[in-house]
Design a protein around this ligand. Structure first.
Ligand code: ANZ
Ligand code: ZN
Length: 838
């Protein structure tokens, strides 16, 4: 008995595909536009840890889909590359002195080898790496287009800073007040930054989401992140000062309830508002709040703090004098950095008012006493003069008209989205191609001088003072101005890792072009990306940034579509099992023994453990190494198992037992062809029907990315084949074709052993006859008052009367009908008969 020789088979076919360039793709003009498909994977960061089992999940899904599409006559672009600038290589360089390029290129080599060992059908001729100068030349070029369009500017406003990573961060990189990468609480720092005006695209980024076939959850996250808010800006006169205080409010209708105002500590009017008696207290407060993070300032649970400025504003609707406070629960970065406080109907304002004993006036009819709690729900207006009795919508409109008429305010829109802090004070990134000239100001490096190469340094250590290691290389920093030729200095900040991934899908289209970043013909041939698969963690980072750059390029007329990624699918996370003690602490997997089916104990103590699902982690010793799996069970087993684990989009735990099950299935297929042997007989009607049903199901499921159910159906067919006497050639050939996208190495081998000389990559997908996929026999269900009481198997196509007669002849049904009167009879042919009785 021969064992399924996957090692041999997999090496053989990987070599074959490479030698025959089976997956090299060209812009074949004979292929009509609707038969061109661009299927994209999120390219990996080549970390030192190598491929994770999560990578092959998405990569296998797209590979199956691509192979399937090709067999259906599509011209398919399916590329792969590396997102190779980034902090880990740089941190490693700091520790060891190894150049990040050396580490990165070594890691890329390992990644490429690992990815290739899974037999994916990438066109490797199109590989790109974002750290290579041929590539980042064009990243720099795109940056310059943004700069020339006025979309990149230098800013001196405080930004988020990570003391651990020693660099500035974009808002998107701050999660719950902490650095997204290392978890260090983010502080504010005043350093010069390059910022991209993503806010100018807020509306386009928001509105165009509607046109995308993306998971609703991702669209919602982007909508919330952009955070469009509609309201009004209202002007308040300041008593005794020739200035006005502008606030942003979503509830202008509550103006009669505004009993005080608050400005952020950084508000430009703070010093003019501060009366001499308050000077000291205000100064103290400003200092204290400067030390706090935004999270500490805005946390709802935190005690409210603030200080009275000494000044008063005039409420424009009733002329009342209301005090102006300075408090850090108002953020300088949102709206106008100043608010009108309506403590009766806003929780934060209410807490503040209680603490500092400020008046609380009910202006929305409340079910509770607003002196004891804020009422934040709807209510008809009260204590509000011309708004009394109106509902929210009418009151807002009435107030807006009033404000506009008196020139005291107007409709306004605000966004949560902030401009993108784009410079990093680190080494391993694209140098920003700008020169600072004392005479000409900031000027771009001429495009024909790109790439501006990243210079060699002796120390990768970030200065931590807000300058990148590049600032220490005088010979690089000192240059001449491209405009006037005088002495000038180079910009020393580098770009964030997101820069390279903002446009890589465009470079794949034309990776070797030295004239432009992509030729218009190639761009138009392939774009947009038809299917993009990757992890959900990029919802507001990469996916928002890439859309932004793409829209800028679109407005510049360089790309032909308004959106880059038509359809997006998020693969679920592959988790692992972990073992939990009663006190919820986790036990490393190698300290656990399975003593019975699903019964686990801790080896050392014998204590019973509960199996739970957890993220893979080194400390729990439950990280699965793809290399080991491939070596032990083969790439085809790995591919098919990851697709069989469950629906692509859900998170699911790795189980080696499950993997072995799939391996056995492939072994069974192997033995079917190898031992049973193929006969030239025609298949029986029965078998033929199973075959055609299988083709139909696998076709539909593969098309919908429902790979797990497609695999189940193939299992049904294989089981059937073990039951029948002979293995007809027709079935053997079709099965090999169905297997081709899923387990391509095994399928090619079986196909060749059937005497075929052409690779399955050149063969068409099998078709099915619809009439063979429908069952003649169906189950007819009998119900009494909607409850199933009996059923029977009958030939399809029975009419209503015959079905009803059959039901009434049924013994059990007769029992239910006894002594009752029939009210109604419902027949759904080939499905059910429902008799309603009383
Ligand atoms: C009066 C009011 C009454 C408000 C009321 C709310 C409820 P969104 O929806 O997120 O846009 N606000 C405005 N600028 C702020 C800032 N810089 N820092 C902190 N809070 C600020 O929220 C807009 C509301 O948040 C505004 O409407 C303002 O409070 C507050 F019953 O004004 B409102
Ligand atoms: Zn950090």
């Amino acid at each position: 008995m021969s064992k399924y020789p996957f090692h041999e088979i997999e090496t053989k076919w990987q070599r074959y595909w490479e030698e025959h360039q089976s997956f090299a793709v060209t812009e074949d003009e004979r292929v009509p536009a609707d038969k061109r498909m661009y299927v994209l994977d999120m390219f990996p960061y080549p970390s030192g840890a190598g491929l994770h089992v999560g990578h092959p999940e998405g990569y296998t899904a797209t590979d199956i889909y691509c192979r399937f599409l090709r067999m259906q006559g599509y011209n398919v672009l399916h590329p792969m590359g590396f997102d190779s600038f980034g902090l880990p290589a740089e941190n490693y360089a700091i520790k060891t002195g190894t150049h990040p390029r050396t580490t990165t290129e070594k890691n890329i080599e390992n990644f490429r080898k690992q990815i290739k060992s899974l037999g994916f059908s990438y066109d490797w001729n199109r590989e790109v790496s974002t750290h290579s100068s041929d590539y980042y030349r064009w990243t720099q070029w795109i940056f310059l287009q943004l700069f020339k369009k006025g979309l990149a500017y230098e800013s001196h406003t405080p930004i988020n800073w990570c003391d651990q990573c020693k660099t500035g961060l974009a808002n998107e990189e701050v999660k719950d007040g902490k650095c997204e990468r290392c978890g260090t609480p983010v502080v504010r720092k005043n350093i010069r930054q390059w910022v991209l005006k993503i806010t100018e695209y807020a509306d386009k980024l928001l509105n165009d989401l509607d046109s995308l076939d993306w998971p609703e959850s991702v669209k919602l996250m982007q909508r919330n992140w952009i955070g469009r808010s509609e309201g009004a800006s209202v002007f308040f006169r300041i008593d005794g000062l020739d200035a006005q205080l502008e606030v942003y409010t979503t509830r202008p209708d509550t103006l009669f309830g505004a009993t005080y105002m608050v400005v952020a500590p950084e508000h430009p009017l703070v010093s003019s508002l501060t009366k001499s008696a308050q000077t000291e207290a205000v100064a103290e407060y400003l200092e204290a709040s400067a030390r706090k993070s935004d999270l500490e300032r805005t946390d709802l649970a935190k005690d409210k703090t603030g200080v009275f400025s000494g000044s008063y504003a005039i409420n424009p609707v009733n002329g009342k004098r209301i005090p102006i406070w300075i408090a850090d629960y108002v953020l300088i970065s949102y709206g106008t950095g100043a608010i009108m406080a309506v403590p009766a109907h806003d929780t934060r304002d209410w807490e503040f008012a209680k603490k500092f004993d400020l008046p609380i006036i009910e202006v929305l009819k409340s079910d509770i006493d607003v002196q004891t709690q804020a009422w934040t729900e709807d209510g008809l207006h009260v204590n509000s003069d011309f708004l009394d009795g109106l509902n929210k919508e009418d009151a807002i409109n009435a107030m807006l008209s009033w404000l506009e008429e008196h020139k005291l305010g107007s409709k306004a829109v605000n966004y949560k989205l902030r401009d993108w802090v784009f410079s990093r004070q680190r080494y391993w990134g694209e140098p920003i191609p700008l020169v600072h000239c004392p005479k000409c100001g900031t000027v771009p490096v001429p495009e024909d001088q790109l790439p501006l190469l990243l210079p060699e340094v002796t120390s990768y250590e970030p200065s931590g003072t807000g300058e990148s290691p590049l600032a220490k290389i005088d010979s690089w920093v000192n240059t001449t101005c491209p405009v006037c030729g005088g002495a000038a200095k180079r910009e020393t900040n580098t770009m964030p890792q997101w820069a390279g991934s903002c446009w890589y899908y465009l470079r794949y289209l034309d990776p070797k072009n030295t004239e432009c970043f992509v030729s218009p013909e190639k761009e138009q041939y392939w774009m947009p990306v038809d299917l993009y698969v990757g992890g959900a963690e990029h919802a507001v980072l990469h996916l928002l940034y890439a859309r932004f750059w793409h829209k800028v390029l679109y407005d510049l007329g360089i790309v032909s579509t308004a959106e880059p990624f038509k359809r997006l699918v998020n693969q679920g996370m592959i988790t692992s099992y972990a073992y939990q003690r009663k006190d919820k602490s986790l036990v490393p997997t190698d300290m656990v023994e399975e003593v019975g089916t699903d019964v686990f104990v801790e080896k050392a103590t014998g204590q019973q453990l509960e199996r739970v699902v957890a993220k893979m982690s080194k400390s729990l010793k439950n990280v699965i190494n793809p290399d080991e799996i491939i070596n032990e069970y083969g790439a085809d087993s790995m591919r098919m198992y990851e697709m069989f684990m469950g629906p692509l989009e859900v998170s699911k735990p790795w189980s080696t037992t499950g993997l072995i099950g799939v391996y056995r299935f492939l072994d069974r297929i192997w033995r079917l062809y190898d031992e049973k042997g193929v006969s030239e007989d025609a298949p029986s009607l029965e078998l033929n029907k199973t075959l055609h049903k299988t083709i139909k199901k696998v076709t539909g499921d593969t098309n919908n990315l429902n790979f797990n159910t497609a695999i189940s159906q193939m299992m049904v067919l294989v089981n059937e084949l073990y039951k029948v006497e002979t293995f007809p050639r027709e079935v053997a050939e079709s099965l090999a074709k169905l297997l081709a996208p899923y387990v391509p190495h095994l399928a090619e081998e079986l196909w060749q052993r059937l005497g075929q000389t052409e690779s399955l990559t050149k063969v068409s997908w099998p078709t099915y006859q619809e009439e063979l996929t429908v069952d003649d026999e169906i189950e007819l269900v009998f119900q009494i008052n909607g409850k199933v009481r009996s059923k029977t198997t009958v030939t399809k196509g029975l009419d209503k009367d015959a079905s009803l007669a059959l039901a009434k002849a049924d013994e059990k049904i007769q029992g239910w009908l006894e002594g009752k009167s029939i009210v109604k009879e419902i027949v759904v042919p080939d499905k059910l008969v429902n008799i309603v009785v009383r």
